[in-house]
Design a protein around this ligand. Structure first.
Ligand code: NAD
Length: 349
């Protein structure tokens, strides 16, 4: 298997493989770019069908983290790690400790945090062997109500992003009566629903897990919608907060919303779908820009954690999106293309 000639290879600085025989750990760390700082990114544990699929994922995701950190205004680079295995059946504390030792060998060039398949408890086990961890609750942060879970900050950042999109596209500053459809009301989507509800928006929600929908209906008076109807509702904003690749040849022609702005990663099935949204006059908030609240929160953790500072930074997500929208409009380009260009201008120095 080649790495340097891999289609997803993009001048990554480090791609390190590690096997720990005792715990059975098979892991890969990729650090894409450390021009702005250490490569920060989550650790994904997933039963990849092939090693090639794991390499593809870690190369793609670590590159994405460089762009995300740069546009979020963080002095941080991009990295990511993957553990090959099923987190439900194969994960052990010893494996997590072995992952910590692996991260330590990289001398701080990579900072590990949670991602799908890993959680705060896993990061604590890794932290027994390395200082280079993020996303942990610590004394100062806990005193301010922080648990180490990035979802609340992500949800608030998405809310500020929706405000910016509404200002740009609909020319209004308040969200009263704004109609928003949320796909997926889990950790982020449910909290986003709370912010939108408090701002006077009317909500339509769906989720593959029925109790999640019921909670949203009971708490925020949301309208429950069948999963296959959420994309085609006559609403102002469609907020994907469940899975990636949701914007494709099938869903985009169905959209009635004038804005797509949500937390899900990799919302465009293919890059060209950004162009399709533009052609349809739909404003798309690039996913990695609007969902950066979690890494912003992690960036500030530690003894000096101070919520007003974090909140001020989260609000910058709205300001950055405003600049992306304006430049995309001036250049007649998809917002995702402009966001990438702006990130490259920052991290390339
Ligand atoms: P989550 O697992 O808590 O919530 C996702 C919800 O979507 C779940 O309730 C799930 O039942 C539902 N779902 C799954 N498939 C669905 C489908 N086909 N239709 C409707 N609902 C479906 O995850 P989360 O932490 O809320 O993250 C949501 C999205 O945001 C993910 O794409 C994640 O990668 C992205 N994201 C999360 C964070 C964070 O801080 N948690 C940060 C950045 C990006």
């Amino acid at each position: 298997m080649s790495v340097f000639s891999h289609p997803e290879f993009d001048h990554h600085e480090i791609v390190a493989f590690h096997h720990d025989r005792k715990s059975g750990l098979k892991a890969i760390v990729a650090v894409h770019n450390t021009h702005l700082g250490q490569g920060l990114g989550g650790c994904r544990m997933y039963p990849y069908a092939t090693e090639g699929a794991a390499v593809t994922d870690v190369l793609r995701l670590s590159r994405g983290m460089t762009y995300k950190a740069a546009l979020a205004g963080l002095k941080q680079g991009g990295g990511k790690s993957v553990i090959i295995g099923d987190p439900r059946t194969e994960k052990t504390p010893e494996m997590m400790r072995a992952m910590g030792r692996f991260v330590e060998t990289l001398s701080g060039q990579y900072v590990i945090a949670e991602d799908s398949g890993t959680n705060v408890a896993d990061i604590h086990l890794m932290a027994e062997h390395t200082r280079h961890v993020g996303g942990l609750a610590d004394a100062a942060a806990t005193a301010e109500g922080r648990t180490g879970d990035p979802s609340p900050a992500t949800a608030l950042g998405v809310f500020y992003g929706i405000q910016a999109a509404v200002r740009f596209k609909l020319g209004r500053d308040d969200l009263k009566g704004l109609r928003v459809a949320i796909q997926g009301v889990g950790n982020v989507g449910f909290r986003l629903a709370g912010h939108l509800h408090a701002a006077g928006a009317e909500l339509w929600v769906t989720d593959s897990y029925a109790p999640a929908v019921e909670r949203c209906v009971a708490t925020y008076g949301a309208h429950a919608v069948a999963m296959d109807r959420i994309c085609s509702l006559d609403v102002d904003v469609f907020a994907p907060c469940a899975l990636g690749a949701i914007l494709d040849d099938l869903s985009i022609p169905q959209l009635k919303a004038r804005i797509v702005a949500g937390a899900a990663n990799n919302q465009l099935a293919e890059r060209r779908h950004g162009g399709m949204l533009l052609e349809r006059g739909i404003l798309y908030a690039p996913d990695y820009v609007i969902n950066a609240g979690g890494i912003i929160d992690i960036y500030y953790e530690g003894a000096n954690y101070h919520w007003p500072t974090v909140d001020a930074h989260l609000r910058q997500i709205g300001a950055t999106l405003g600049r992306v929208f304006e430049r995309a409009d001036e250049d007649g380009q998809p917002t995702g293309v402009i966001a990438d260009r702006m990130a490259e201008e920052i991290f390339a120095g």
